[in-house]
Design a protein around this ligand. Structure first.
Ligand SMILES: Nc1ncnc2c1ncn2[C@@H]1O[C@H](COP(=O)(O)OP(=O)(O)OP(=O)(O)O)[C@@H](O)[C@H]1O
Ligand code: SF4
Ligand SMILES: [Mg+2]
Length: 370
């Protein structure tokens, strides 16, 4: 008896939560190791979209690749990365192969890095589907491939199965890569700057597609970006990284409208949409070299709110509210929040509220007040 063909129409995948707990990553160098991640902790609740944001070099890709154990040879991962009840850091090779083929898929910035130029789109989709489900017949895999291609917005999907990657635009190729992930019916998509290489219109379409897939299929999605505007309309939660550590996290609307960490605030000022009408700012200075981190807060050399202790005291990610929803690694916000248990906006307590519309250049004003 022939079983019903598989369908790419929205089906609820089993929700999968991801949890980074005190994750460290060391990469080998000629004579020693370089520590890239310094105790990264954040939660990706099942079925939610979580954005990882931060400047170039903050460790977003390393965290993503760590979650797939796709780091360079010799990399050392510490802490734990839990996918549901399984620790990815300690999975056996067989478990890892299964995890990567079915449960979790990666979408990278450059679609070409995920596609074989000499194989047709159809062949690659079919191979992806069958790598996740070895019982799937070629015919059923082809049906699934065509349906999925149509679902991600490729017109005339059936005939496009015969196309080769060079016959498609960059935006279409990224849709194909998303389809290659979807045919494996994953629970988790890890998207590393999936739209950076695309024009603005296509970028918006791809983000909308990811959001739809999250809603329709219950897919858990992590999306890394250095552009905060990208995630405003798509993410549920925002995790802000700086120099290999998480400095702030919380529900995206709360973090963006009421940032607690001076770095988050500074990052928001660089986002044109968020900072409409105001003079666009860049964050002065550069992130520290990872092998020469400052002894105290890593952001201290660039922080307009830094106090003396910031240059000597290490920071820790601490919960700011009873629900544990909002966390920050700013010493001054934490100390003041503890001292003032009634405080509703800890950033009020450090000299000035940078989001106060009456403050035209909060950096200058903060400096003037010191
Ligand atoms: N294979 C590697 N060998 C040595 N250093 C590396 C390697 N991969 C990453 N790094 C370093 O680790 C740090 C974090 O890199 P990562 O790519 O994770 O940052 P990112 O936040 O993804 O940056 P971007 O926004 O540019 O993609 C950088 O300083 C980078 O130079
Ligand atoms: S701990 Fe100090 S230096 Fe670091 S972000 Fe907070 S105020 Fe700035
Ligand atoms: Mg990256």
């Amino acid at each position: 008896m022939r079983t019903a063909p598989p369908t790419a129409r929205p089906s609820t995948t089993e929700p999968l939560a991801l949890s980074f707990r005190d994750v460290t990553v060391h990469l080998p160098r000629t004579k020693d190791e370089l520590q890239i991640l310094h105790g990264v902790s954040f939660e990706v609740p099942a079925g939610q979209v979580v954005a990882l944001a931060g400047e170039s070099g903050s460790g977003k890709s390393t965290a993503m690749l760590g979650a797939m154990r796709l780091l360079p040879w010799g990399a050392r991962i510490g802490g734990s990365i839990m996918a549901g009840d399984n620790d990815i850091a300690t999975m056996s090779k067989a478990e890892l192969r299964q995890f990567r083929a079915g449960k979790a898929r990666v979408i990278l910035q450059d679609p070409w890095s995920s596609l074989h130029p000499m194989h047709s789109i159809g062949a690659q989709l079919i191979e992806s589907a069958r790598s996740a489900d070895s019982n799937l017949s070629k015919t059923d895999a082809r049906t699934l491939a065509a349906e999925t291609l149509a679902r991600v917005g490729i017109p005339d999907a059936e005939s496009r199965l015969k196309s080769y990657p060079h016959q498609m635009s960059g935006g279409q190729l990224q849709r194909v890569v998303i389809a290659m992930a979807l045919v494996a019916k994953p629970s988790l998509l890890l998207c590393d700057e999936p739209t950076t290489a695309l024009d603005v219109t296509t970028q918006a379409q791809i983000l909308e597609l990811l959001r739809e897939l999250n809603r329709e299929m219950g897919l858990t999605i992590i999306i890394a970006t250095h552009d905060l505007d990208v995630i405003a309309g798509i993410a549920d939660r925002l995790v802000v990284m700086y120099a290999g550590a998480v400095v702030e996290q919380g529900p995206v609307a709360e973090v963006m409208s009421n940032p607690k960490h001076p770095y988050t605030w500074a990052l928001l000022q660089t986002a044109p949409e968020h900072n409409s009408g105001a003079r666009l700012r860049t964050i002065e200075g550069r992130p520290p070299a990872l092998d020469n981190l400052p002894p105290g807060c890593s952001f201290a050399p660039r922080c307009d709110f830094a106090a003396d202790e910031c240059h000597t005291r290490r920071t820790q990610l601490v919960t700011l509210d009873a629900t544990g929803n909002r966390m920050t690694a700013c010493l001054r916000v934490q100390d003041d929040a503890v001292a003032e248990s009634t405080v509703t906006d800890p950033l009020d307590l450090i000299d000035t509220d940078p989001l106060d519309p009456t403050v035209t250049d909060p950096t200058l004003e903060a400096s003037a007040q010191r």
